[in-house]
Design a protein around this ligand. Structure first.
Ligand code: GCU
Length: 411
């Protein structure tokens, strides 16, 4: 199995010492030579550079698409949710390269809807928490103690259905869409130890720990989103509309949902929920969580190179508005809650504003007329913002906004 050589090699990046500080979010429509970018073609070059830079300095390189996988449908229930949906669980085994981790995808499709769009979402606690159905497999490995029914870091039947109101499968199918969800720990358990996930399979021979721009956990999870996109666009190409794929996730999983969409054009919508630092909030500035704090508390989420920016986020050659701009002209919705100041909602709105010139260059509405967040309203255009009262969580109110946004974008 050959490693992915298509990405820019280290020589193409300046060294850390050569980076120039910028107190402001770096301008997007300026090329490497300092000239204004005025065409889609010139932007496309800059976009490639940014994709490589985000992987090099922040998230680490996403592993390549596996050469061979095996799909097994573990069960199909055509009369789920009172007959309104078909529920399947599919197990993905990675054959080439051979990985010990297996990814389980819970696919919920609305009955009677021809080729629905799909929300691909990564869950915190296991597929068995998304619906109460006892046929759904419990996760095979580590699950965090914050999840209902976890004993000795393993899921038990007591957690079944515990996240029904987080994922809202019934609401999603009632609106004519599908949900494909997977558990993050199937790819890499959310522990500081990268050795318990798929990461080491991509190290150089003899290498025992991640270094430099080897993928951190968020990049590995983004790779997991991409594998679900593979599944729905191949095995389920007659079931799901491949032009309508959204990525969705909450908080750390929202950081992942945005990265996954930025790195894979098959996603036509990205919905990061309250993702904050390292996702939808600026790395620069002093509001909410800081780069230094996130790297200390979650040393595995980003690549080792990102530690270099702990004291100097102003040296980053990009900020999170560039990750949004990479998605352009595809749609991006930021969802936020008033009390979740750790995620810096107002800074996130500024991130969208700073990304907007790229959306405009590519002929889209950008934020349309939206000038600021409005409580309890979905505002914007191709770039959307939803703001509600309350705390850090993904709720039915949030899903209603995601579904409204999907209706707008996919109609
Ligand atoms: C912590 C972390 C955040 C993250 C959040 C979550 O609060 O500091 O960056 O978004 O966990 O994933 O819930």
């Amino acid at each position: 199995f050959a490693m992915n050589l298509s990405l820019a090699s280290a020589e193409e990046f300046p060294t850390f010492d050569q980076l120039q500080p910028s107190a402001e979010l770096p301008a997007l429509l300026i090329d490497e030579a300092g000239k204004p970018i005025t065409t889609a073609e010139a932007w496309s070059k800059k976009r490639d550079t940014l994709k490589a830079q985000f992987q090099h300095w922040m998230y680490g390189r996403l592993p390549p698409k596996p050469a061979q996988v095996k799909y097994e449908t573990l069960f199909t229930d055509e009369k789920a949710l009172g007959g309104k949906a078909t529920v399947r669980e599919i197990r993905i085994s990675f054959v080439e390269p051979a990985l010990s981790k297996r990814q389980h995808v819970l696919l919920v499709t609305p009955n009677g809807v021809e080729k629905p769009g799909v929300f691909i979402g990564m869950n915190f606690c296991g597929n068995h928490t998304v619906l109460p159905d006892t046929k759904i497999a419990l996760p095979e490995g580590w699950v965090g103690k914050g999840c209902v029914g976890v004993e000795n870091e393993r899921a038990t039947d007591a957690g079944r259905g515990a996240q029904t109101e987080v994922w809202n499968a019934e609401l999603i199918v009632s609106r004519g869409y599908a949900l494909a969800t997977f558990y993050s720990g199937d790819i890499d358990p959310d522990t500081p130890d990268l050795a318990d996930g798929i990461g080491p399979a991509f190290y150089k021979p003899g290498q025992t720990a991640a270094e430099g721009d080897d993928a951190g956990t968020i990049a590995l999870w983004a790779w997991g989103f991409h594998r679900v996109a593979d599944l729905v666009t191949t095995e389920f190409k007659d079931t799901i509309d491949a032009s309508k794929i959204a990525s969705v996730g909450h908080s750390r999983n929202g950081k992942t949902a945005l990265l996954a969409a930025a790195m894979d054009d098959r996603f036509s919508i990205a919905i990061p929920s309250q993702a904050g630092c390292g996702g939808t909030a600026p790395s620069r500035g002093k509001v909410g969580e800081q780069v230094k704090q996130i790297n200390k508390n979650f040393p595995h989420w980003f690549c080792d190179n990102f530690l270099l920016f702990n004291e100097h986020p102003d040296l980053l050659p990009f900020d999170q508005h560039a990750l949004v701009a990479i998605c352009a002209p595809r749609a991006v919705l930021f969802a936020n809650a008033e009390e979740d100041t750790w995620a810096n909602p107002m800074g996130q709105f500024e991130v969208l504003q700073a990304a907007e010139p790229v959306f405009k260059l590519l002929g889209t509405s950008g934020l349309a007329e939206a000038k600021e967040p409005v409580m309890n309203q979905l505002v914007g255009g191709r770039l959307g913002f939803f703001y509600r009262p309350g705390k850090h969580s993904m709720s039915t109110t949030d899903w209603t906004a995601y579904l409204d946004f999907a209706d707008q974008q996919w109609k």
